[in-house]
Ligand binder design. Structure first.
Ligand SMILES: Cc1ncc(C[n+]2csc(CCOP(=O)(O)OP(=O)(O)O)c2C)c(N)n1
Ligand code: SF4
Ligand SMILES: [Mg+2]
Length: 313
């Protein structure tokens, strides 16, 4: 992106203000602030938010950390709610009830539980109908707010409270759902997968693109959770870097059907480097569990090769 200036972007007024009750170092709030910094200064937003840590901790009536209009949603209908608001806005503008000079953007945030699983039908409907909105999934890979239960975004072998590691279990048995790929198959104009890089350029560029591309757009943001993943909160940037450099979480875009790789590591790191940093994968490093890491690596490699193939077409 020409003219990207980290200092300037970081110094923009916050649209999710301090004083919310999220944990220190939570990836969800870092993600939300990064996405909202892409809004142009004079534009307003209507924010939707499915139930989850973000919603529970940032909006407890009569307190709010949101500077923009904000709708707390049930788990299952964040996509539908913002579709309705966007349609009403268009209708009111057409009738002259909202001034032509006012510009609103419609952005929904949902956790992985609310997006991959429970609100999936309403997200799919909103994307298919082509509403002019952005759906942002902050993916921390479990139902964190209710005590770290597995979702279809939880990686294989992760220790969660519903896939507990013990004598008879090595954690979650299944791999992750590829949600960005599934939404790309809806033929929407823009889908991207991102997380936090040291200059925040990747998430900023993709957010701006998603917000200012007409039609239904989707962002999947890896949003680490120090509590559920069990790492020191201050390590968040290192965790994100390892997620990218091991190709566990590749950065890519699907722009009007064209798959584009945003970053290819010079030296793809082994998946152990990502797993070792997190308590939820501690059991994988016990003697006798080497084959589980091999299987994890095979799954990462398979998905990475598939992505490279799509991007080469
Ligand atoms: C229909 C419904 N089922 C269950 C709940 C309880 N509940 C509230 S938050 C939450 C977890 C949300 O998980 P996720 O969407 O991943 O967001 P996170 O908490 O990880 O930020 C659950 C299960 C609910 N509010 N509504
Ligand atoms: S439990 Fe995890 S997702 Fe929830 S507020 Fe804390 S760090 Fe964020
Ligand atoms: Mg979650």
């Amino acid at each position: 992106m020409a003219g990207y200036n980290l200092k300037e972007i970081m110094n923009k007024p916050e649209r999710l203000t301090p004083g919310h009750r999220m944990c220190a170092g939570c990836g969800a709030t870092i993600g939300v602030r990064a996405v909202l910094r892409a809004l142009h200064e004079n534009d307003r937003a209507v924010i939707g938010n499915a139930t989850g840590c973000l919603e529970v901790s940032s909006y407890t009536y009569p307190y709010t950390a949101w500077e923009d209009s904000y709708i707390h949603n049930a788990f299952e209908n964040a996509g539908a709610t913002l579709s309705g608001v966007e349609t009403a806005y268009k209708a009111l503008k057409k009738r002259g009830r909202i001034s032509e000079d006012v510009n609103y953007k419609f952005i929904t945030f949902g956790g992985d539980g609310g997006t991959y699983d429970i609100g999936f039908q309403s997200l799919s409907g909103a994307m298919e109908r082509g509403h002019d909105m952005v759906y942002v999934c902050y993916d921390n890979g479990a139902y964190m707010n209710t005590g770290i239960q597995r979702s279809s975004a939880t990686p294989m072998y992760a220790d969660t409270t519903t896939t507990p590691v013990g004598k008879v279990s090595n954690g979650k048995l299944q791999g992750r759902k590829d949600l960005a790929g599934i939404i790309a198959e809806h033929n929407v104009p823009y889908v991207a997968q991102t997380t936090f890089t040291k200059d925040f350029r990747d998430i900023h560029t993709k957010s701006e693109r998603a917000i200012y591309t007409e039609g239904a757009c989707f962002l999947n943001v890896l949003a680490p959770c120090p509590r559920g993943w069990r790492y020191e909160a201050s390590d968040v940037m290192n965790i994100c870097k390892l997620a990218i450099d091991t190709c566990y979480w590749p950065l890519f875009e699907v722009d009007h059907g064209k798959w584009l790789l945003s970053y290819e590591p010079k030296h793809k790191l082994p998946i152990e480097d990502f797993l070792r940093e997190q308590g939820r994968f501690k059991h994988l490093f016990k003697p006798g569990n080497e084959d589980l890491i091999v299987q994890f690596q095979e799954e990462v490699d398979r998905r990475w090769e598939d992505l490279l193939y799509k991007c080469a077409r």
